[in-house]
Write a protein that binds this ligand. Sequence first.
Ligand SMILES: Cc1ncc(COP(=O)(O)O)c(C=O)c1O
Length: 379
Amino acid sequence: MIYLDNAATSFPKPEAVYQALDAFARHDLANPGRAGHKMALAAERALDDGRHLLNQFFHGDAPERFIFTLNCTDALNMAFKGVLKKGDHVVTTDLEHNSVSRPLVAMERAGTITLTRLKADAGGTVDPDAVKKAIRPTTRMIALTHASNVLGTVQPITEIGRVAREHDLLYLVDAAQTAGVVPIDVQAQFIDLLAFPGHKSLLGPTGTGALYVGPRAKVGAWREGGTGGDSSNEVQPREFPYFLEGGTPNVLGVAGLSAGVKWVQEKGLAEIHRHEAELIEHLWRKIDEIGGYKVFGHRDHAKRVGTLSFHSDGLPATELGGILDHSFDIAIRPGLHCAPYIHKSIGTFPDGTVRVSPGPFNTKEDIDVLAQALQEMKL
Ligand SMILES: Cc1ncc(COP(=O)(O)O)c(C=O)c1O
């Protein structure tokens, strides 16, 4: 199988991740606890090490501000539901994944918040000036994706962050498609809430993710429960990260995630991005040569991640995806990719597009096999 669905989750993982998971599961997989036995302390240390790594990686304010979650969706829900209050207005965009838009629409329909959804331009980029113009006296938050999971286009998050800070608004960035490929500095980019998965470009296992809660954001407890310490307290201890992390955490997953982050640091973001951009450009050229397919989003690879969406003049996306899977053993993702609004904007709703997303271990030969299949399907 040629796996080209890394925007959904990365596969394969680096060898170091498999080794870290195996070693941790065999020797250290106790329930982390600050007041516990040696194995519990070792498990607690794995969480601490993971938080330190992430704090360094994203230039956070403090390691304990990184709250481990199940995935990016969990982190986004924790942020929206823990922060937004009745009467708040939120500015967001039509590039968003359902993990951003559904919780916001649910809060809008419940009468809690009002929402402005800005359109990206034809190339798939949101204009910081449009964000500025959408701000009202009741605006509390600007929430947007760092890169579109359909088009791969990277958004001007620093400029938009500056707008948010100038207006004293909370700024939430969904880094599902960029964490591990595009540098992110939460302090320099004015980010108050950064949600990201551990299982995509950070190369950790599924079941991992985190929310960074900057000092300007006050997030209410998402769930209450055991925190491995301070057990006489009748209510959730206020201390971070425990305040937001009730229950047994995915410490095995975090051990794997830490190995993934170290691999990314050693390889270097620029190198990972260069490799993926080269594969995408290679595919784009082949698609141009073949004809009969339309690619979406601008072509400036400095402002893209390794995700390409296209559709065929002849075959619906789902059919094309099925044929690639069954007849050619190639895994891509057809459909709406949980991001319906951008498909409405680019005219591909409801069929969607074919999305190809190589990872660090894909090769030009993989792309050649895909291009050959696309050529054959055109005949
Ligand atoms: C832009 C974006 N946001 C959020 C998510 C949700 O991530 P997770 O599957 O980790 O919940 C995804 C997943 O593809 C995504 O692409």
